[in-house]
Write a protein that binds this ligand. Structure first.
Ligand SMILES: Nc1ncnc2c1ncn2[C@@H]1O[C@H](COP(=O)(O)OP(=O)(O)O)[C@@H](O)[C@H]1O
Ligand SMILES: O=P(O)(O)O[C@H]1O[C@H](CO)[C@@H](O[C@H]2O[C@H](CO)[C@@H](O)[C@H](O)[C@H]2O)[C@H](O)[C@H]1O
Length: 443
């Protein structure tokens, strides 16, 4: 009975990664009471022969206040079952657990070294469109509850803890985390960081700049428009290079031998193959993509690799009054943990951000009545900010040589392939944005 309620509910959640495919089966792998009225569930979802696990904090009440009706999962007898992340009364339990380094019902709640957590802060669910669920406590902390569980330590906890130990700039300070055994492996369930209450999301700032350009009089260039973003893109490039430097200092680095570089091209091709099978619209771009990937096979230099961000875009960076802060070092949601922790070229992150400038420039064009007229402006805005970001990256000590062009381009295209699949699954009306990445470009 609960299984059926959960299956119907989970398929509608923004964070559910299996959208677009039917749920064949759901089983409850773990169900423990954390405190009266709050249960922790790990559910396994079977789709087309593969299994994914998700965690749910399930509230139980005999009366459901109006403020919680939107979170209803279903009723069993006279008990309302609901998504307890929306219930501040229940979520204070997590904060207290982390503050007190408590272990209860198999959940290990921990605070970061040297911090004191203020347990009086009340939680609110962040309204963002996300792959996870974030609770903001007062204006002090943001606790990300990982929805899809992958056994192992989450890369975000691993990376932020290492960078914070080095007092690295451009990160939000860690405050605590929650872990439990999943398949006998320590698995991160949640991670809490400093909440940047005075900061703006890079995506929102970039969009404001694009809108400003679109609203400018004809003839006004991206550089002349009042909301020019290029100086911010330079700063963001500098911050990105510094974060890459800190990552290289905190974790191992390697050089990929020339004969191994071919494998990078194979990786791009594998992703393309899977993507074409899911989004047939990609098929007509395969020859151009193959050609770009082949250029990587022709490289004659070793490629330096290190830990990277892995899913770098404007929605992952925030501008505080003083500088840019980089968030969400989790890698691409949906990829296996080993792949997300694997060493990679920092150019992969650079490419991710370059793609994001393209996204910001084009996303208002998707169903705009004057899309054709605005297209040159979109292109100009993207070019200007992409160039500024690359300038900043070099200024901050990041290395991009002329010989890196083929690899950078391949990373960009591969990210666009990933994005096509991501949008087809989550926001079909946005698919045209990454598809535009495959248009021929002047060389
Ligand atoms: N430390 C923070 N301070 C303020 N806002 C944050 C913080 N971390 C995340 N956010 C907000 O939450 C959004 C989603 O966070 P993110 O870590 O990217 O989650 P997800 O992995 O689910 O996408 C960000 O775009 C940002 O607006
Ligand atoms: O932030 P997440 O870790 O959930 O990342 C996923 O969702 C992102 C969308 O929110 C997606 O990013 C794509 O859309 C962004 C605008 O919303 C754009 O700035 C990015 O360039 C584009 O890739 C990301 O790919 C996905 O992994």
């Amino acid at each position: 009975m609960i299984d059926e309620l959960l299956a119907a509910w989970i398929g509608r959640q923004r964070w559910f990664g299996g959208k677009g495919r039917p749920i064949d089966d759901l089983s409850i792998d773990a169900d423990v009471e954390l405190t009266p009225g709050l249960r922790h569930l790990i559910v396994a979802i079977w789709q087309e022969g593969s299994r994914d696990r998700y965690q749910i904090l399930m509230g139980e009440r005999h009366e459901l206040p109006d403020r919680l009706t939107h979170a209803l999962i279903g009723t069993v007898g006279d008990t309302y079952l609901y998504d307890a992340v929306h219930d501040a009364d229940r979520m204070s339990w997590l904060l207290e657990g982390m503050a007190g380094d408590e272990t209860r019902s198999g959940l290990r709640m921990r605070h970061a070294p040297g911090v004191t957590i203020d347990t009086s802060q009340r939680s609110l669910v962040l309204g963002a469109e996300q792959s996870n669920t974030s609770l903001v406590y007062g204006d002090s902390y943001i606790c990300k509850l990982f929805r899809r569980l992958i056994p192992g330590v989450n890369p975000e906890l691993e990376i932020i803890s290492a960078l914070a130990a080095r007092r690295a700039p451009h990160i939000a300070q860690p405050y605590g985390w929650i872990e439990a055994d999943v398949d006998g492996t320590d698995t991160t369930l949640a991670f809490m960081q400093e909440y940047l209450s005075n900061a703006n999301d890079g995506w929102d700032l970039a969009l404001a700049s694009v809108r400003d350009l679109y609203a400018s009089l004809p003839g006004v260039t991206a550089a002349e428009a009042g909301g020019d973003f290029a100086a911010e893109s330079v700063r963001l490039g500098i911050a990105t290079a510094r974060v890459h430097h800190e990552l290289a200092e905190s974790f191992p680095t390697e050089l990929v031998e020339i004969h191994e570089v071919k494998r990078m091209a194979e990786g791009f091709r594998r992703r393309l193959g899977r993507a074409v099978a899911e989004v047939p619209e990609l098929r007509r771009h395969v020859p151009a993509l193959e050609n770009a990937y082949h250029q990587v096979e022709l490289l004659t230099r070793e490629v330096p690799v290190q830990r990277v961000h892995g899913d770098y875009h404007l929605g992952q960076v925030m501008r505080t009054p003083t500088d840019w802060v980089v968030l969400d070092f989790e890698g691409e949601p949906g990829q296996p943990l080993a792949e997300r922790r694997a060493l990679s070229s920092p150019l992969r992150d650079v490419a991710g951000m370059l793609r994001s400038f393209d996204y910001a420039a084009r996303h208002l064009l998707a169903d705009h009545s004057q899309a054709a007229e605005l297209e040159p402006r979109a292109e100009a805005w993207a070019d200007r900010n992409r160039t500024a970001f690359l300038d900043g990256y070099r200024e901050g000590g990041g290395v991009i040589t002329v010989g890196d062009a083929a690899l950078l381009r391949a990373f960009e295209l591969s990210k666009a392939v990933y994005e096509v699949v991501y949008e087809a699954r989550n926001r079909p009306s946005w698919v045209s944005i990454p598809l535009a990445a495959f248009r021929p470009r002047p060389t």
